[in-house]
Design a protein around this ligand. Sequence first.
Ligand code: NDP
Length: 424
Amino acid sequence: MTADFRHFYQKTWAERTDIVAQQAHLTPAEQALFKQYYLEQHHEIIENYLTDYPLPMGLAVNFVVDGVNRIIPMVTEEPSVIAAASNGAKIVKRAGGFTTTLNQREMIGQIVLEHLADPEQTATIIEQHAAALLDVADAAHPSLKKRGGGARSLRTRVLGQGYLSIDLFVDVQAAMGANMLNSMLEAVAKSIGVMTKTDALMSILSNYATASLVKAECDIPVGLLQAGRYSGELVAQKMASASTVAQLDPYRATTHNKGIMNGIDALAIASGNDWRALESGAHAYAAKDGQYRGMSKWTTDGTTLHGELELPLPVGIVGGSIKINELAQLNQRLLGIQTAGDLERIMIAVGLAQNLAALRALVTTGIQQGHMHLQLKSLAMAAGATAAELPKILQQLELAPQQDLATTQRLIADMRQIKEETDD
Ligand code: NDP
């Protein structure tokens, strides 16, 4: 029988979970999970709330960013991410740490007009009234100006086929600014409507945050990169080659960049930021010249390996769900940050550290050596191994010809059988 989901959003939490249980034929134990992870205040964050979905939070260490020691809370379900970030940061720490550059921190929003017979002429009219339109924007969110932020500039871009984009640049201070900017854009769109007698097609922030770029760099003496039988010089050369391949080939670039975003997303989640916004902006920036490329670049002169990573990372330390997320606030304390810019600088360094560790492993021992131990641990836990059983099971799994769930379950069963017999 299909449960009745009509007016689901108007139901109480108990009614909702009953309907879901009926639909999916949940056992009482399964249904109890809704209660186990339930947080009352989260009804206010999303619609049709059922329960929370916990993710592990850990700490990456060894970071020195602009001369300051930092610890980095990271939320991720993927083994190895935190180990790799800490490992990359340790190498850079020995080389003096990361340096970062942040020149501008403004969000861009768009008002798009359509069906224009002469978009250039409309653009000219709008630009002539730019100062008045900036005032309209500020009046739509006056508290921002009081805090020292507000609308900064306006530009127009003729998109072709009768479309015109009016881009509003706003200093959003400590927030990410999406909602604030959207309110300002809608007010400006109304004024533009009166001015040009054209209704806007849409008014919305752009996640292509090219006015919020932040860059991390590091210079590592090649000796610090030595790995097993690979000399530091060879590792540096191979890492530079790997970087070149990511510039040339979108197949490689995509995975190269996924590794960078492993760290950036984990910190974005830990700090209560919208990681989808960062993901879309970062990947768009990786394709800024028309081809999708690696986000970072590594070069070597034989003595030093130079790494750099520049991305749009418009994050906030207020606003969104941060104000009701106690852990996001706690994590700001762990990070020791005072401004949104501090968070951006740390976040870009995390991306570069992650990439350094991944590339160094890839061009030397391969990624699996480091990963496998952690992957096997996840496998053993999924197969039901207890904490006490883990070390032995991991030893056996590492030698097993097949490292899959069935094998792991068999190994655990065998081990328990032997233990029972010995205990008897
Ligand atoms: P909010 O709507 O929460 O606005 C920021 C809030 O922070 C305001 O209430 C502001 O107060 C307050 N604030 C306190 N101190 C400061 C300060 N120093 N500087 C700036 N603001 C301060 O959040 P955002 O506008 O930042 O929007 C972020 C949210 O928008 C995220 O949750 C995101 O997921 C979502 N979003 C994202 C979109 C996208 O990426 N495309 C689209 C739509 C939403 P006051 O009101 O007094 O100024």
